[in-house]
Design a protein around this ligand. Structure first.
Ligand SMILES: C[S@@+](CC[C@H](N)C(=O)[O-])C[C@H]1O[C@@H](n2cnc3c(N)ncnc32)[C@H](O)[C@@H]1O
Length: 272
């Protein structure tokens, strides 16, 4: 073991009853994430993605017996950037991640959001109206990253993008896709100001999504899992599009529909 990664160089926390553990665990609640501006994410890959994307890693929490090799290297980097490294017991990790078989590394990160001036200003953005399911959201973030979308904006009352579930489902893409939050009015004002076209996706649209023009800058608007797009947002769109369905399904899952749209844009070989 190198001296750089020696567990003794880090703050040791063995008891799940330690007040530090209580403070960290509180971050599993949205209220505490909102209050502190911090959020949790699990796994070494996630911590590495966060460091590579220039996010502030406030704490790296790692099993004391894992602080060698790659985990030790990330721990040293976190420390060098002014973060705290906690070498903890497996019981502490279990308590933090609420899983029987938790990852050996957990990060605490500082939230970062894109500003209104970025929404739809370049490339293809994805607008998610009142998305409720953190699993869907994480999957969409991952897909947007893979397709090279320029950003995602959450419109209106949405699930918390900083929840463990959404961050987990994004598989590290969370740190690579700019994310903005906006109320409906502010969203429409930003889209207008930034010159983005609005392409809405709607089950009652006539136009097949394969016939649309995806040249940027544009925002692909996706509706809520249960109710779809509000009438107001649908009316604000330059065009409404649908994915044809042959079988008896009422609709596609939101994340799947988003994937089809962004990959259609990519297939048209537009510079996303
Ligand atoms: C589960 S669907 C919503 C279903 C809802 N009952 C409705 O009437 O819109 C969630 C979102 O996925 C997108 N979506 C799903 N299937 C689609 C399709 N066949 N064509 C266009 N968009 C679709 C739309 O953005 C829709 O708002």
């Amino acid at each position: 073991m190198t001296s750089r990664s020696a567990p003794g160089a880090f703050h040791r926390v063995d008891s799940p009853a330690n007040p530090i553990v209580k403070d960290l665990r509180a971050l599993t609640a949205k209220k505490e994430r909102d209050r502190t501006g911090l959020f949790l994410g699990e796994g070494l890959k996630l911590v590495r993605d966060a460091l590579a994307a220039g996010f502030e890693v406030v704490d790296l929490i790692a099993a004391a017996d894992s602080l060698e090799g790659p985990v030790g290297e990330s721990a040293a980097e976190v420390k060098a950037r002014g973060g705290r490294v906690l070498a903890v017991s497996h019981k502490v990790l279990e308590k933090l991640s609420r899983r029987d078989n938790p990852q050996t590394v957990i990060g605490v990160f500082k939230k970062r959001l894109a500003g209104a001036e970025e929404i739809g200003a370049r490339g293809i953005w994805i607008g998610l109206e009142r998305i409720r399911d953190p699993g869907n959201l994480g999957t969409i973030i991952r897909t947007a990253d893979a397709a090279g979308a320029a950003g995602i904006v959450l419109i209106g009352e949405c699930c918390d993008p900083f929840s463990l579930e959404a961050v987990r489902a994004s598989m590290g893409s969370f740190f690579h896709v700019p994310l903005a939050l906006a109320r409906e009015e502010a969203f429409l004002a930003a889209a207008r100001a930034n010159g983005a076209r609005l392409l809405g996706t709607h089950l009652s649209a006539r136009r097949d999504f394969r016939q649309a023009d995806y040249s940027p800058p544009l925002i692909l608007l996706m509706g809520n899992e249960r109710q779809g797009l509000t009438e107001r947002l649908a009316a604000a769109c330059d065009e409404l599009l649908r994915i044809p369905m042959r079988g008896k399904a009422d609709s596609l899952n939101l994340a799947i529909a988003t994937g089809l749209f962004v990959y259609e844009a990519l297939r048209q070989d537009q510079p996303l």
